[in-house]
Design a protein around this ligand. Structure first.
Ligand code: PXG
Length: 462
């Protein structure tokens, strides 16, 4: 890098700190450090402004499923931008890409899901779900059924409704949340909260909290339950096998709506098109975003089951809800190109039958490391629990210190891994091949070794 380039970077970092407020960021701390500026990407790699090449173990933010640099997605968007950059889907109008995308999504979703409402993001999708759930019960003549049950440590977005549905205490504390009518039960996090219980028994116990909550609130008040098939931002929390069948049984028994948040698990992340396929769940709604466009353009949606769509449509009356960018034609064109890539190149299938099992087999090896209390994963999702005592599942003090160190070392080693407290997580692009997986796991292993070496220098009490 020459001095001119270095100056440009320093200048950009200065402007960033002067004018740009970042999401989920301590601005004071960031301004002292300076941002990492990412300038280009290709396949599974990103490059920063200093020309460091990083294997993107997080697919951006769990979204670049098709990998970076797909000209066919860019061209589809460019072509649509020239033909018709914008029109809305209000007032009896729509555009061809929005229609075609809705049709393709209905084909890929479980058979009983045949409608989609388009949004601009996962958060907007979950806001939309709240509106639709309440509209559904209104139309049924039971408007008092309005409470939505969610889970602690869930992530469903950052808008007021999204953050309320989510179970992140630190988010609730900042915003006077949750909104009324949203309550939380425990999460199926065996490693962190299962104690001495057998995994499957623990899974059943936490699922049965749903039944207890319904009975406690009164069935006449409960509208729906929302959950991610596998919690992403919460730390890649994979429920015991006993969990989802029990949740399904309870939703069916009481007739409450089941909302499955597929924002991370959708579009092949588990090796199936949707997490609902992976766990054999029958949702009434699926929220989608991220992998829908592989992040190339912002877009989300709520996929609606026949049970709900029939009610919304047959009774007539307007759904008083919608966004300027619902069904945006350029985003829809990019989504179409992206979903066709995932389908026609067999990318989802490859994750299911080849690269997913290979990643899991290699990821399991990291569970042998003395710093790792558990390694777990499904498809192209993985987590490592960093512990001070393997057998006792004992954590280091001051959660996040060891995880943060590990993440920083990982980046120095050329691998983007994310830390949630002391849980290291990955969610790589679905196009990573066996060589990329070897590189990822080898770099993660080196990172664990170096983290272990550096732990004695951590000041846990600061
Ligand atoms: N649902 C789930 C399951 C998500 O993971 C959203 C909804 C909201 O989507 P939008 O598009 O509004 O961001 C998400 C988003 C993290 C992290 O730190 C995860 C997300 C967003 C930001 C940070 O892992 N997931």
């Amino acid at each position: 890098m020459n001095s001119k380039q270095q100056m440009d970077i320093t200048e950009l970092q200065k402007l960033d700190s002067q004018h740009h407020l970042h999401p989920f960021t301590d601005a004071k701390e960031l301004n002292e450090q300076g941002t990492r500026i990412i300038v280009k990407a290709d396949g599974v790699y990103i490059w920063d402004a200093q020309d460091n090449k990083l294997l993107d173990g997080m697919a951006g933010l769990w979204c670049v499923n098709a990998g970076y640099g797909r000209k066919d997605i860019a061209e589809a968007a460019y072509e649509q931008l020239q033909r018709l950059p914008y029109y809305n889907s209000f007032f009896q109008c729509t555009t061809p890409p929005a229609i075609e995308l809705a049709t393709l999504l209905a084909e890929l979703a479980p058979a009983h899901i045949n409608h989609v409402f388009f949004t601009g993001s996962g958060s907007e999708s979950n806001d939309t779900v709240v509106r639709m759930v309440r509209r559904f019960w209104d139309l049924k003549g039971e408007p008092q059924k309005s409470v939505i049950i969610s889970r602690k440590n869930a992530y469903h977005g950052s808008t007021m409704a999204g953050a309320s549905l989510g179970g992140m205490r630190f988010m609730h504390e900042q915003g006077g949340l949750p909104l009324p009518g949203i309550v939380h039960i425990d999460q199926p996090y065996w490693f962190g909260e299962g104690g001495e219980l057998d995994k499957q028994e623990f899974g059943l116990n936490v699922a049965r909290q749903l039944e207890e909550k319904i009975l406690q609130l009164g069935l006449d008040r409960v509208a729906a339950f929302i959950a991610e098939p596998i919690q992403g931002a919460g730390g890649v929390i994979i429920p015991p096998e006993s969990y989802w069948p029990e949740i399904q049984r309870i939703c069916d028994k009481y007739g409450i709506l089941l909302i499955v948040d597929e924002v991370i698990c959708g579009f092949g992340r588990t090796g199936k098109w949707f997490g609902s396929h992976y766990y054999n769940i029958t949702p009434d709604f699926m929220s989608v975003a991220k992998g829908l466009t592989s992040g190339y353009l912002p877009m989300g949606g709520v996929m609606v089951s026949d049970r709900v769509a029939d009610e919304l449509i047959s009774k007539g009356g307007e759904l008083a809800h919608g966004y300027t960018y619902s069904g945006h034609p350029v985003a829809a064109a990019a989504a179409l190109a992206n979903v066709k890539i995932l389908r026609d190149e067999g990318i989802v299938e490859t994750v299911d039958t080849d690269t997913g099992p290979y990643l899991q087999q290699r990821w399991q090896e990291l569970g042998e490391h003395s710093l790792v209390g558990e390694s777990r994963g499904v498809g192209f999702l993985g987590a490592l629990e960093l512990v001070s005592d393997k057998l006792a599942r004992a954590r280091y003090p001051n959660s996040g210190k060891v995880g943060g160190l590990c993440r920083d070392i990982s980046i120095k080693n050329g691998l983007v891994m994310r830390a949630v407290g002391d849980t290291m997580i990955i969610s790589p692009p679905l196009v990573a091949n066996r060589e990329h997986i070897d590189e990822l796991v080898d770099k993660a292993k080196l990172t664990l070794d170096q983290t272990l070496e550096h732990i004695p220098s951590i000041k846990f009490d600061e």
